[in-house]
Design a protein around this ligand. Structure first.
Ligand code: AHM
Ligand code: MG
Length: 340
């Protein structure tokens, strides 16, 4: 019988991969895994506990109804980061502003974490998969001082680690530190994440596309042309492709990562800058996609090259298998040239 590798063992074994490794990043990844196990427990009980499920009554900064579990997950991760000592500050999709931890202990932390505690939370009530997405940067401000907004607004290319937790039929944690992507499945019987998907590679071409097609008529021409391409019949290229849209980014992305595919959320009249948030959702998944051989773009620019201007910035987002993303980008370019 082959030996099971737990996430902890794996993180420790890989510690030498990090520049200036002193164990802090390893401890931080471990903190994330512990917090995600607590959130897993809460997510699994959500249908049972009326007090947990349902709208909190508040609105987040983007005017969306906050679900109770969003708030619970947010608090859980923040508590863990504040207590750990590796992190000097955080920014979260659920909070209007970033939080600089004020104890001397935390001010010595070298890292900041940007995260979406519970993505796809409008799906909680209907029992569909949801996820946590996180992104880790080295601070640019001085160790010992308070974290600054500049620490939070680094371009995605500066990430030193990123990952997501998918609360699906099983809980999975997938992460990268820039040396490939590895996936771990939580074994509830022993409470450990076990290496189940080593060295994940995204197939160069898939045959599933993922988009809220309710938006197709209000999308730009290049996107319309690509969806039309996906729907055309051509046995030689295995088309038509299948449409698959869960409406939970982590779950839709996870499927593309494993099977090959593409996820598209363009700008629309109701979301003129795009729907998804650059620093909490797009950057971490873009880092993972590229590490697995895929691509992530706005349609005009590589996501990881964008310098964020504000915390809750949104962008049009296209992510997935290399050849599929390249095709959309070409069609967008072509449509824009014709328009000029
Ligand atoms: P959230 O962070 O408020 O949950 O919003 C992000 C979610 C993504 O998970 C999902 O892909 C998208 O919003 C769905 O949007 P829509 O309902 O417009 O298709
Ligand atoms: Mg989200």
């Amino acid at each position: 019988m082959s030996k099971v590798t737990t996430l902890n063992e794996f993180i420790m074994d890989r510690q030498h991969d990090f520049a200036y490794a002193t164990g802090e990043l390893s401890r931080l990844l471990n903190d994330i895994s512990v917090a995600s196990k607590i959130v897993t427990r809460d997510v699994r009980r959500a249908g049972l506990v009326d007090a947990i499920q349902g709208a909190q009554g508040g609105m987040n900064i983007q005017g969306e109804a906050q679900q109770k579990l969003d708030v619970i997950a947010d608090n859980q991760f923040i508590k863990m980061f504040e207590a750990g000592g590796e992190v000097c500050g955080i920014a979260s999709e659920e909070n209007d502003d970033f939080v600089a931890f004020d104890s001397d202990f935390s001010k010595k932390g070298k890292y900041v974490v940007l995260f979406d505690p519970l993505d796809g939370s409008s799906n909680i009530d209907v029992n569909v998969s949801i996820g946590t997405i996180f992104s880790i940067y080295r601070r640019t401000s001085k160790v010992g001082e308070s974290a600054t907004i500049e620490d939070m607004l680094q371009s995605g290319a500066e990430q030193i680690a990123a990952g997501y937790v998918l609360y699906g039929s099983s809980t999975m944690l997938v992460y990268t530190t820039g040396f490939g992507v590895n996936g771990f499945t939580l074994d509830p019987s022993i409470g450990e994440y076990c290496l189940s998907h080593p060295n994940m590679r995204m197939p160069e071409l898939g045959r599933q596309y993922s988009m809220n097609e309710g938006n197709i008529k209000v999308s730009e021409k290049g996107i319309q042309d690509y969806i039309a391409y996906c729907q055309e019949t051509d046995p030689a290229t295995n088309r038509p492709y299948s449409g698959r849209y869960i409406g939970s980014l982590v779950a839709d992305f996870h499927r593309s990562l494993i099977k090959g595919g593409i996820y598209i959320y363009p700008d629309t009249p109701s979301h003129p800058e795009g729907r998804l948030r650059l620093i909490y959702e797009c950057n971490p998944l873009a880092f993972i996609a590229e590490q697995a051989g895929g691509l992530a773009t706005t349609g005009r620019k590589r996501v990881l090259d964008i310098k964020p201007e504000k915390l809750h910035q949104r962008i049009p987002f296209i992510i997935g298998s290399k050849k599929m993303v390249e095709r959309v980008v070409n069609l967008i370019e072509k449509a824009s040239t014709v328009e000029q």
